[in-house]
Ligand binder design. Structure first.
Ligand code: SF4
Length: 333
């Protein structure tokens, strides 16, 4: 069996940063540190951090007064931020800088008097956080059909922002529907969309031209991983979302000569290796990596955690202070 790995795949800079924040908070403050929501949507990552002393909670009323509390990469609403202050929590924000950028854009649009529309998935923590970061009413739309149902006059000044785990391709039709509906519509430059989402989706599209089956490594509650599976299926290739090798059904690859593997932005590379090891139990496997974008993005850590970790000092790698805050457009490489 030939296995082709998508390039890029797996961890993005926002996920690396969020995990590093929990790691460093544990070193600096000692266990336990509390994390609101899964730091990233991956049970292996969460379990590894739990093992080190992180405690995951869904709401702040589960956190003792004054405790160190980390907000996940998905971001939180202003209500959550102010609740943390009221409870005198020592909060550390692991929200991805690209999500914060969406918050800032939304606030600017609202301040200029526009009705803000968020294109995203209802119930996703990033969507809840973004809606709660923009003052006034934010309207969530999930499809072109919902655009048609919007109860707004066509001359309303409108602006849209998007959930980061949707790509340019995902949002194109909804934005076109908004343009057809509203004469005065503005939105961010499409190059502002998350580089990692776009790159992983483009890679899986390329992968789908060369393989018979696609295995997407990621969690069922990971929006970007689900989207990768959907793109594989839409491209006409049977595609399956699995957390690790234990979820691989041998029937999916029986008689298959070329298997493609990709991983969502919150899935560790160890899980890709785990799936390859499981495939090897079924027969000889030849692994190659497809040509694709190299990513070099690295996001700066919060100031209070920016001292180089012992691990990084020993490795002699760039420290958080010296690492540049990338422009996500160039970071896409
Ligand atoms: S997928 Fe994009 S927006 Fe989400 S954490 Fe990664 S870099 Fe940030």
């Amino acid at each position: 069996m030939q296995v082709i790995l998508a390039q890029p795949r797996g961890f993005c800079a926002g996920v690396v940063r969020a995990i590093e924040i929990v790691d460093r908070a544990l070193v600096k403050h000692g266990a336990p540190v509390f994390v609101r929501h899964e730091i990233v949507h991956n049970k292996h990552v969460v379990e590894a951090l739990r093992h080190k002393g992180a405690r995951f909670v869904e709401e702040l009323d589960e956190v003792p007064t004054g405790a160190v509390t980390i907000f996940s990469a998905h971001g939180v609403s202003r209500d959550v931020e102010s609740d943390a202050k009221t409870r005198q929590l020592h909060s550390i924000d692991a929200t991805c800088p690209l999500v914060i950028k969406v918050h800032t854009q939304g606030r600017q649009y609202a301040a200029s008097g526009r009705t803000v529309i968020l294109i995203g998935h209802a119930g996703h923590p990033e969507v809840e956080g973004t809606m709660g970061q923009i003052p006034g009413k934010v309207i969530l739309v999930q499809s072109e059909a919902e655009v048609a149902l919007l109860d707004l006059p066509t001359d309303t000044p409108v602006a849209y922002v998007t959930q980061t785990t949707l790509s340019v391709d995902d949002t194109r039709n909804i934005i076109a529907a908004l343009s057809g509906r509203f004469a005065n519509l503005v939105g961010p430059d499409t190059r502002d969309i998350c580089y990692a989402t776009q790159n992983r989706q483009s890679a899986v599209r390329e992968l789908s031209k060369r393989v018979e089956v696609i295995l997407v490594i990621g969690a069922t509650n990971s929006s970007n991983s689900n989207r990768l599976r959907e793109i594989g299926t839409e491209s006409g290739v049977p595609s399956y979302l699995i957390a690790d090798g234990s979820e691989l059904n041998p029937e999916w690859v029986r008689g298959v000569e070329v298997v493609g593997i990709t991983a969502g932005a919150s899935a560790p590379e160890e899980m890709v290796k785990d799936v390859i090891a499981t495939l090897r139990q079924l027969g000889p496997v030849d692994v190659s990596v497809m040509d694709g974008r190299e990513e070099h993005a690295e996001f700066r850590l919060p100031a209070e955690l920016a001292d180089p970790s012992p691990r990084k000092r020993a490795a002699g790698t760039a420290t958080a202070e010296t690492a540049p805050q990338p422009d996500p457009q160039t970071a896409a490489g």
